[in-house]
Design a protein around this ligand. Structure first.
Ligand code: C2E
Ligand code: MG
Ligand code: MG
Ligand code: MG
Length: 282
C-alpha cells in the first residue's frame, strides 16, 4: 500500500515508497555522473555452442559502479535511464566498450564469432539507431558482422520503425535475437515473420521447467527449430540443466554453469583457458 495511517490518524506515504523514491533519486544521480565521465562498463558472459562444444559468443551486459553505492544492477539503472532519456547514451557507451574489445582482435582469435548487444525498447524507437551504431563501429574499425543484437518483443510496438533499422543493420552483417522469450505477451505468428535468427528462452521459463511447474519447454524448442530458428537457453546453472537442454535441441546455452558475466580482461583470460583445458578436448 502506498499510503499508511500514522499514529495521529493521518494518511502518509509509506516508508517503503519513500525508500524507493530516495533510491531512484540516488541511482539517477549516480547514472548522470557515470555517463558524464564515460564510465559505463560492459561485462561479458560466454555463450556455449552445443554443436561445437565450445564457447563461440558472449553477451555484453552493462555495469555501473558508483564510488558511493557500489555496483548498481542494470535492471535498476536501465529503467531509470529509460525514464530520463539517458538510455541512448547508456547504449552508446556499452557499444563503445564492445567495439573497443573487438578492435583488439582477441575475442576473434579465441573463437568468438559474435558479441551480443542488448537494445532496449526506447533505443528501438530512434530512427537514427542504425546510423549511430554504424558510426561507432566504423570509429573502431569493427564490422557489424561481429555483432548480434538482442531485442525484446516490446521493441516491435512501432514495428515499421524498428524493422527499417534492422534491415539497415542487417545489410552490414548484423544479426538479431529475440530476448526474454516467455516473459511477455507473445504473438507467435508475428514473431516468426520477423528477421530474427535466434530466440532466447528467458531464465524464468527455463526454471519453471526444471522446477517441474511446466513441461511446455521441449515442445517450444522443437517448434522454434522447425520454424528455422536457433534456440538459446538462458540461466543454465548446473551440468544436469546443460545436458537436458542440449538433449532438448537447444543450439546455444548461457548461464552461471559456464561463467558469470566477466570484466573484459577476465573474459579474455577465461577464453584462453577454456579453449585449452575446457571440455573442448586437448
Ligand atoms: P538479459 O538481457 O536477459 O540478460 C541476462 C541476465 O541474466 C543478466 O543479468 C545475467 O547476468 C543473468 N544471468 C545469466 N546467467 C544466469 C544464471 O545462470 N542464473 C541467473 N540467475 N542469472 C543469470 P544482468 O546483467 O543483471 O542484466 C539484467 C537485464 O538488464 C538484462 O537481461 C537486460 O535486459 C538488461 N541489460 C543489461 N545490459 C544492458 C544493456 O547494455 N542495454 C540494455 N538495453 N539492457 C541491458
Ligand atoms: Mg539479453
Ligand atoms: Mg535474456
Ligand atoms: Mg532476461
Amino acid at each position: 500500500y502506498a499510503y499508511v495511517e500514522n499514529r495521529k490518524g493521518n494518511y502518509v506515504v509509506s516508508q517503503d515508497i519513500c525508500d524507493k523514491y530516495y533510491r531512484e533519486g540516488e541511482v539517477e544521480k549516480a547514472l548522470s555522473r557515470a555517463l558524464k565521465q564515460n564510465r559505463i562498463e560492459a561485462w561479458f558472459q560466454p555463450i556455449y555452442s552445443v554443436e561445437k562444444d565450445a564457447v563461440i559468443g558472449a553477451e555484453a551486459l552493462a555495469r555501473l559502479k558508483d564510488p558511493d553505492l557500489g555496483y548498481i544492477p542494470p535492471d535498476e539503472f536501465i529503467r531509470v535511464s529509460e525514464r530520463t532519456g539517458e538510455i541512448m547514451e547508456v547504449g552508446r557507451q556499452v557499444f563503445e566498450r564492445v567495439c573497443e574489445l573487438l578492435s583488439t582482435g582477441e575475442p576473434g582469435r579465441l573463437g568468438i564469432n559474435k558479441i551480443n548487444v542488448n537494445l532496449s525498447p526506447a533505443q528501438c524507437m530512434n530512427d537514427q539507431l542504425a546510423f549511430e551504431l554504424s558510426a561507432v563501429a566504423d570509429k573502431y574499425g569493427v564490422s557489424l558482422a561481429s555483432i548480434n543484437f538482442e531485442i525484446t518483443e516490446t521493441s516491435f510496438i512501432d514495428s515499421q520503425l524498428i524493422q527499417k533499422q534492422m534491415m539497415q543493420l542487417k545489410e552490414k552483417g548484423a544479426t538479431f535475437s529475440l530476448d526474454d522469450f516467455g516473459t511477455g505477451t507473445s504473438n507467435l505468428i508475428r514473431l516468426l515473420k520477423l528477421p530474427i535468427r535466434a530466440v532466447k528462452l528467458d531464465i524464468y521459463m527455463v526454471n519453471t521447467f526444471f522446477k517441474g511447474e511446466s513441461n511446455i519447454l521441449p515442445s517450444l524448442v522443437k517448434m522454434f527449430r522447425e520454424a528455422g530458428m536457433q534456440v538459446v537457453a538462458e540461466g543454465v546453472e548446473t551440468r544436469e540443466m546443460k545436458e537436458a537442454l542440449a538433449d532438448m535441441g537447444c543450439d546455444y546455452e548461457q548461464g552461471y554453469y559456464f561463467s558469470k558475466p566477466l570484466p573484459p580482461e577476465e573474459f579474455i583470460t577465461f577464453l584462453a583457458n577454456y579453449s585449452v583445458s575446457g571440455k573442448n578436448g586437448n
